[in-house]
Design a protein around this ligand. Structure first.
Ligand code: CTP
Length: 419
């Protein structure tokens, strides 16, 4: 089955964030999926049935008595390729954990045999309550994917953990489960992972910088998938304008030197896997001018040259640090290399030489240029390893490549999980 023909049940529980489920619905329908919306009675108090029916092009029901001759409570769950619940309230999580079935959505959850994804939203106290945490643990132990809520503004004037994850991220993770149902095993529970994303900017003056085309999509996909697999995630983001993936701690940086400092400080705290997905500038201007650089008066003299100095190689530094540490096999270190072929070698040959030169455990090599990789939702890559065969990941969502990277990295962890 291709993901474009999938049958999805979108469950909507009764929380204010129900209106954001309409955005998730639009994204899934626009991707070509056949989506049936099953709101709870209380969800319909927030967003009415006509909205769901118009956006999904399907009739909408909350209870099992409509069209009873079709036995909808069994048919919907059995026929689904994926069930996504947005928002998953504390009440809905409790019902799902205990197998209650008093409406169409909870019945569907019991009959579904496909992957199930819950995107919770509630107030911080409700999320942190031991009852909710126990229900989430029960569901996760059954193989259900329960995302961590995002941190931010809640319904009242308060701020904290409990916001619905970004609708774009929910839709992306749903699509990932359709393309790769095993993308989120709980194998990063008790692990702290560090990911760098985006591209550094090296200032020339207060308004100009030397930069690159990286958007951070691949690094953010790695973070999103790691969190869904249960990891504690620190995401060091250089100049990325994407919403923070749910369940991750984002440290924003601008330059290579700031990234280096943030990486080294995080490593100090203990990290199991480092993935350096960021495009780090190799050089920076010796001095950033204090004032905006002006055109020179005489055009025949041309612009003043920009003097550059080499930036530290953070990845190579991590490898050196690890070698001299008490635990020379931890953390697992993964590099990324965006390569173009040239007169001397193809992208993969450049990648193999770089893996040896950098001394990391894995190097994810992707061919770039001609619009490939930068800013696109898809990526193709070869994961080269220092100790085994290469793994080819064909063109597909960046989250699916991320899952393959975590598969390979987890297998190389040599220390026990954190308590
Ligand atoms: N990297 C780094 N610090 C740098 C440059 C790169 O940590 N100053 C990391 C990147 O995050 C990536 C890997 O090294 O994981 C490979 O980056 P790349 O730019 O391809 O490597 P370079 O050593 O700069 O090689 P090239 O000469 O091809 O630019």
């Amino acid at each position: 089955m291709t993901s474009a023909t999938a049958r999805i049940v979108l469950g909507v529980a009764g929380g204010v964030a129900a209106y954001k489920a309409a955005d998730v619905l639009r994204r899934l329908v626009e991707s070509g999926h056949d989506v049936t919306v099953v709101p709870t009675e209380s969800a319909l108090k927030f967003v009415g049935a006509p909205t769901w029916a118009a956006l999904s092009h399907h009739p909408v029901s909350s209870e099992v008595w409509t069209d009873a001759h079709d036995v909808p409570h069994v048919a919907l769950g059995r026929g689904a390729d994926l069930v996504v619940v947005v928002p998953a309230t504390a009440d809905l999580l409790a019902k799902a954990a205990h197998g209650l079935a008093d409406d169409l959505l909870t019945n569907t959850l019991l009959t579904a045999r496909c992957p199930v994804l819950f995107a919770p939203a509630m107030h911080t106290e409700m999320w942190e309550h031991p009852a909710t945490q126990a229900n989430v643990a029960t569901l996760r132990a059954r193989g259900v994917i329960v995302l961590e809520p995002a941190i931010g503004r809640l319904t009242g004037a308060d701020t904290g953990k409990g916001r619905l994850p970004d609708p774009g991220e929910i839709a992306l993770l749903a699509q990932t489960l359709l393309a790769a149902p095993d993308a989120f095993p709980p194998d990063l529970v008790g692990r702290h992972v560090l990911i760098t994303a985006g591209g550094t900017r090296e200032p020339l003056d207060p308004v100009r910088f030397l930069g690159n085309r990286s958007t951070g999509l691949q690094g953010y996909a790695l973070a999103s998938v790691a969190a869904a697999r249960g990891a504690q995630v620190t995401l060091i983001a250089a100049n990325v304008s994407l919403p923070a993936p749910a369940g991750t701690a984002v440290i924003a940086v601008e330059t290579a030197l700031q990234m280096r400092d943030a990486v080294l400080a995080t490593i100090e705290a203990g990290v199991d896997i480092v993935v350096m997905a960021a495009a780090v500038a190799d050089f920076r201007p010796v001095d950033a001018a204090q004032y905006k650089i002006k055109k020179t008066g005489d055009p025949s003299r041309g612009p003043a040259p920009i003097e550059l100095v080499t930036n530290p190689d953070i990845l190579a530094e991590l490898v050196t640090l690890r070698r001299s540490s008490a635990q020379p096999s931890a953390p697992v270190i993964v590099g990324f290399a965006a390569e173009t072929g040239d007169a001397d070698a193809d992208p993969l040959e450049h990648g193999r030489a770089k893996l040896i030169r950098k001394g990391c455990d894995l190097l994810v090599v992707n061919a770039v240029g001609n619009g490939k990789a930068f800013g696109t939702p898809d990526n193709a890559a070869v994961i080269l390893s220092a100790d085994g065969p290469a793994r080819d990941v064909p063109l597909g969502p960046k989250t699916v490549l991320a899952a393959a990277v975590w598969d390979e990295a987890v297998r190389r962890i040599s220390v026990p999980p954190r308590p």
